[in-house]
Design a protein. Structure first.
Length: 304
């Protein structure tokens, strides 16, 4: 099948630099995606965007270029609940990738078992309105109850303004809960203002809540962009991510978000994104927790 990219689509950076920051041994890129290729794994009819192809071979090449040991591949909305591209990548990773799926309530127990055998360890519930249609809360709670006995967790993606309305639902989830991109704070607001304080309280009051301190390229309003060797990219995001890392060092994860769907302004150099990490996790101890110990506990607990 032939697909035409959404107008204005930015393709992933073709030649990411080698990071200056040396990742600790065993580092996990805990948030990335695969897209298609569409000819082999068609994009879902209900998708809100059509990306460029970004397959497993390119993802694994990026992993090696940046110095990561493993990936966590998160199902992207352009594939809906058809997890075949993600599962195919897991199967061909030689045990170096685990996954987060999107499932509907119609999934059978056998299908869940098959996803587990392939390396899936979580489901993603997406609340970002430009990406998905509404799913009833009772369907999501039913899914959460079914995946809990498998030892899986729930990944949630939402925007900061929606946290108050979603709070009761999130705190009713029976599993570990992993928030994508710090709940997308508006970084024009103060890091100790009411909006981000609510997110900090969400994590403080609920010890089962984790956060990915990822996506500065998506959250930043003033840059500078991670391009052309810039070693101090996205300064406006640093206080937010650093606060979460330093306050909850045992419950943070980091990922590239490759191939960076839906960026409108620029496509970052992934090597320079890795160079962002020591700004938000300034000590070797914090870096090891963020990049190795925490993701291993969540995705490869049998090795811990
Ligand atoms: O890649 C991300 O994490 C963020 C996305 C895309 C996404 O989540 C999806 O399509 O599933 C975004 O903000 O557009």
């Amino acid at each position: 099948m032939q697909f035409e990219k959404t107008p204005g689509w930015l393709d992933w950076h073709a030649a990411p630099s080698k990071p200056r920051f040396r990742l600790p041994a065993g580092a996990v890129d805990a948030h990335c995606h695969v897209f298609g290729p569409g000819a082999e794994f068609p994009y879902a009819p209900e998708r809100k965007y059509t990306p460029c192809d970004a397959g497993k071979a390119e993802l694994f090449a990026l992993r090696d270029q940046l110095g990561f040991a493993r990936n966590v591949i998160v199902q992207a909305t352009c594939h809906g609940a058809d997890n075949r591209a993600m599962v195919d990548a897991l199967i061909h990773s030689g045990g170096k990738a685990r996954g987060v799926a999107t499932v509907r309530r119609s999934i059978t127990d056998q299908e869940l078992q098959d996803l587990h055998a392939a390396g899936v360890r979580g489901v993603r519930f997406n609340f970002v309105k430009r990406l998905v249609d509404f799913t009833p809360r009772d369907e999501l709670l039913e899914i959460a109850a079914r995946i809990a006995p498998l030892g899986w967790h729930v990944v949630i993606y939402f925007e900061a303004a929606d946290l108050p309305e979603l709070w009761d639902f999130f705190t009713a989830l029976p599993t570990p809960v992993v928030v994508d991109h710090m709940g997308r704070p508006d970084v024009a607001k103060p890091v100790d203002g009411p909006e981000f304080e609510l997110f900090v309280k969400f994590m403080r009051d609920n010890p089962n809540v984790w956060s990915k301190v990822s996506c500065p390229e998506r959250l930043s309003l003033t840059g500078p962009k991670a391009l052309d060797g810039e070693q101090n990219a996205y300064r406006d995001v640093v206080p937010f991510a650093r606060r979460i890392v330093e306050t909850f060092p045992e419950r943070v994860l980091w990922g590239t978000d490759w191939p960076h769907p839906n960026l409108k302004d620029h496509m970052p150099d992934d090597g320079l994104l890795v160079d962002f990490i020591p700004h938000i996790a300034p000590t070797a101890e914090l870096q090891k927790k963020l990049l190795v110990d925490n993701p291993m506990r969540l995705y490869w607990p049998e090795e811990c």
